[in-house]
Each structure stands twice: as C-alpha cells, then as structure tokens.
Ligand binder design. Structure first.
Ligand SMILES: *Cc1c(COP(=O)(O)O)cnc(C)c1O
Length: 215
C-alpha cells in the first residue's frame, strides 16, 4: 500500500501522505500487530470504543498518534481531548466554542481539522462549502483554535475527485496544510489530489462485520 501511495503521489511536492490505519471495530491484537510492524497513526470513529482500546496501547507505544474521525458530541469532549492527538471532525460552532472554553481553562487541545460536507448531504456532518470560509475564520481568529486543515467524506455514489479538489481549494485559500481525505476505495485518487492524511480501514484490516462508516 505504501508503494501505491508513493506512486499516486508522484508529481506532488512535499512529504508523502500519512497513512492513518482506521481500526474501528477491530480488536486490540490487530492494532498491536500493526504497531509492531511500524504503523503509528490510528483512526477511530467512536470515543467510547477508542477509550477502551487505546489507553494501554498509548502507554506501551508512546510514539503512536490517535485520530478521531467520527462525530464528536460535546458531552464526550473532555474524554476525547485527553485521548486523541487529532480531531478531524470539528463540524459546528457549538463544538468549536466548547473546545475554546476548555482551551481557556488550560486544557491541551489536539490538532484540529474542520470537516467539510462537500457533497452538501443533509444526513452527513460537516460545514457546507459555502459556510466553510466563515467557520474557518471564526475558529482561527475569534476562538484561537489550532486548526491544521480540512477533512471530507465524499458522497458514496459519486466520483470523489471534484470533492477532493474542492477541499484542497478551500484549504489553499486559508493556508491550511493538512488535507484528510481518501479511504480504502479512493486513497490513490486522494493522494493525487494532495491529501496529506489518508484514512484507510478495510484495505488494511479487512472488511468489517458491522460497518459504522461515519456520516
Ligand atoms: C470507516 C471510516 C474510514 C475508513 O473506511 P474504509 O473504507 O474501511 O477504508 C475512513 N474515514 C471515516 C470517516 C470512516 O468512518
């Protein structure tokens, strides 16, 4: 997979995209095998599940980084801030203000990415493209949050490249470096469109029995 990522990234400048192994629903022994093989970034979409699986692994493998890629409820915020190194799913003002309140109280804030609902799908999380500029400005300038980039999940039935291109364009006009886009079915396309973080689950760990793909 790393060879395919490198090939798909040919012609880009800068480092290769970072591979985030999405381990939701997968047991700790599979995660530990990946850690032993040198994989250091892991993604989970539920705070509850991650807080069962990862605290011990984080002590045993202090170099590992944990990424929250699913929706975050404000009542789980403190738990999430203590466990995750990155939150990819900052998607609304209420959550942004709650993180800012924790930050003002002296809590360390994970690196944040804003989720953009590029397909404007009503059932999916994320700010719509037309609101993205204002939301990014609110988060950075008014709330002083550590916004590192943007994340998207294109509509399942569509060609993903226009969505990846749109996300890259919004990030570029705000000087945001991180682009979290691309999953098992489209990570090579995402890499070609400038992804810096690929969220790949089933292509690494195998198909999931239950499939809580984030909406
Ligand atoms: C589950 C999930 C992934 C990984 O999906 P695969 O198709 O298994 O690679 C990526 N991103 C998000 C937000 C997810 O919920």
């Amino acid at each position: 997979m790393r060879d395919r990522i490198a090939a798909a990234s040919a012609g880009r400048s800068g480092p290769l995209p970072r591979l985030i192994a999405v381990s939701k629903t997968k047991p700790v022994d599979m995660i530990e095998a990946a850690l032993a093989a040198g994989q250091n970034d892991f993604g989970e979409n539920r705070v509850q599940e991650a807080s069962v699986k990862f605290p011990l692994l984080k002590r045993r493998y202090p170099q590992m980084k944990l990424h929250l890629i699913g929706p975050l409820q404000t009542n789980k915020l403190r738990q999430a801030m203590a466990l995750f190194d990155y939150i990819h799913t900052l998607d609304r003002e209420k959550l942004a203000r709650a993180i800012a309140t924790e930050q003002a109280a002296g809590q360390a804030v994970p690196a944040l990415l804003i989720q953009v609902n590029t397909g404007e799908e009503p059932q999916k999380s994320g700010v719509w493209p037309g609101q993205a500029d204002a939301f990014i400005t609110l988060c950075r300038n008014d709330l002083n949050l550590p916004i590192r980039g943007l994340m998207c999940i294109p509509p399942a039935a569509e060609e993903p490249s226009p969505h990846f291109a749109l996300l890259a364009k919004i990030a570029a006009r705000h000087g945001l470096a991180q682009l979290s886009m691309g999953m098992s079915g489209d990570y090579e396309i995402a890499a070609a469109f400038g992804a810096t973080m690929l969220r790949v689950g089933s292509a690494i760990f195998g198909e999931r029995q239950i499939d809580p793909v984030t909406i």
